[in-house]
Write a protein that binds this ligand. Structure first.
Ligand SMILES: *Cc1c(COP(=O)(O)O)cnc(C)c1O
Length: 387
């Protein structure tokens, strides 16, 4: 078998950490009970495991376990947060504020709500990908019920000033939701300190299994109610029905626990690797530029613009050796230039010529020189053909 390409697309997904998998295994076979069937020990044991995971996840963001609602992933969490608030608090107002560079799992529910009579303000971003807090304040109306701004962008890694946004939201009595899918394990989050009312996360972005996620929804001051989006047996305090994915939830809890524990060292290690990678690429490739903010970004994210080189044709040439991408997996399916890069510069050309690296737990220093060398060779080959 030929050597597998080096995986550097950790914003799209991550492998399950072997330590997480070990904890999950018994829950497929021996401990297979339904966590809602508590008339016997099978169900009780499953329930205990679910509650342990709920505690681990709550601990990761400074929340209480009863504020965690398990879902199938961040897409569902975002839908539940945004549509759940909109439907529940429609009497209070019909206006939502979000941002143009959000993930489609935020933008699409907002568009859906627009078709149902809600009004949505999509804040623009500057060339770093940051929103302007004064613009946020100015866009608040009497009817505004929700501000939804992601904690860390999945394409360019830019970090939002969560505490500042939370403060503005709280001063105006508006709920604050953040899609923190990419931030968990890289940025310290405390929902109380930051005045976050709702927070979405996903297991498979933090070295846990796919198909499981969570929504944090504040329970006191304010006590948040959400109109449920999946009706059924009334699981998860009536906010999300359906038999719980016990093995997935157990893995998710352990994955968050591990990610928070490893965070101090991993953040430093990954940032160093990312800087080495960018320094190497800058030496070899003329005119290459970083997309996003130089400092206010995820430590493991690098997004670069390479003038004169179509990202897609470059990716085809290197795909047997390294797995990187042009941006979000969702826009990859559509073959459209990234809406995030476009928003930075209002420039389609830059979006077609940008690449995203997402470094991860299994990447090491040897990968960096290997990738720098390969990319330099291919890029300079493409540019030479053009002359
Ligand atoms: C991956 C991702 C999602 C979607 O998460 P799933 O669990 O795959 O549904 C949502 N938001 C952001 C920022 C993401 O990176």
């Amino acid at each position: 078998m030929s050597k597998k390409p080096i995986y550097m697309d950790h914003h799209a997904t991550t492998p399950v950490d072997p330590r997480v998998m070990d904890v999950m295994l018994p829950y497929f076979t021996e401990v297979f009970g339904n966590a809602a069937s508590t008339d016997h020990s099978y169900g009780n044991e499953a329930l205990r495991a679910v509650e342990k995971s709920r505690q681990q996840i709550a601990d990761g963001i400074g929340a209480k376990p009863e504020e965690i609602i398990f879902t199938s992933g961040a897409t569902e969490s975002n839908n539940l947060a945004i549509k759940g608030i909109a439907e529940q608090y429609r009497e209070k107002g019909n206006h939502i504020i979000t941002c143009v560079t959000e993930h489609p799992a935020v933008l699409d529910p907002c568009k859906k709500l627009e078709s149902q009579g809600f009004e949505v303000t999509y804040l623009p971003v500057d060339h770093y990908g940051m929103i302007d807090l004064d613009e946020l304040k100015n866009s608040i109306r009497y009817e505004t019920i929700l501000i939804s701004i992601m904690a860390a962008n999945n394409e360019i890694g830019v970090l939002a000033p969560l505490a500042e946004i939370g403060k503005i939201a709280r001063e105006h009595n508006i709920f604050f939701h953040t899609d923190a899918t990419q931030a968990i394990g890289y940025v310290s989050i405390d929902v109380d300190e930051m005045n976050i009312d709702l927070l979405s996360m996903s297991s498979h972005k933090v070295y846990g299994p796919k198909g499981v996620g969570a929504l944090y929804a504040r329970k006191v001051s304010p006590r948040i109610k959400l109109a449920e989006q999946v009706n059924g047996g009334g699981h998860e305090r009536g906010m999300r029905s359906g038999t719980l994915n016990v093995s997935g939830i157990v893995g998710f809890g352990e994955a968050v626990n591990l990610a928070i524990k490893l965070m101090p060292k991993e953040v430093v290690r990954l940032r160093e690797l990312r800087e080495l990678l960018f320094d190497g690429l800058k030496k070899e490739i003329e005119g290459i530029e970083m997309n996003g903010h130089p400092e206010k970004r995820l430590p493991h994210n690098l997004n670069v613009y390479i003038p004169g080189v179509e990202a897609r044709s470059l990716l085809v040439q290197i795909k047997d050796e390294v797995a990187i991408s042009t941006g979000s997996a969702c826009s990859t399916a559509k073959v459209e230039p990234s809406h995030v890069i476009k928003a930075l510069t209002l420039n389609d050309d830059r979006a077609y010529k940008s690449l995203r690296f997402g470094l991860g737990r299994n990447n090491h220093i040897e990968n960096i020189s290997e990738i720098t060398f390969l990319l330099a060779r291919k890029v300079n080959g493409i540019l030479k053909l053009k002359i």
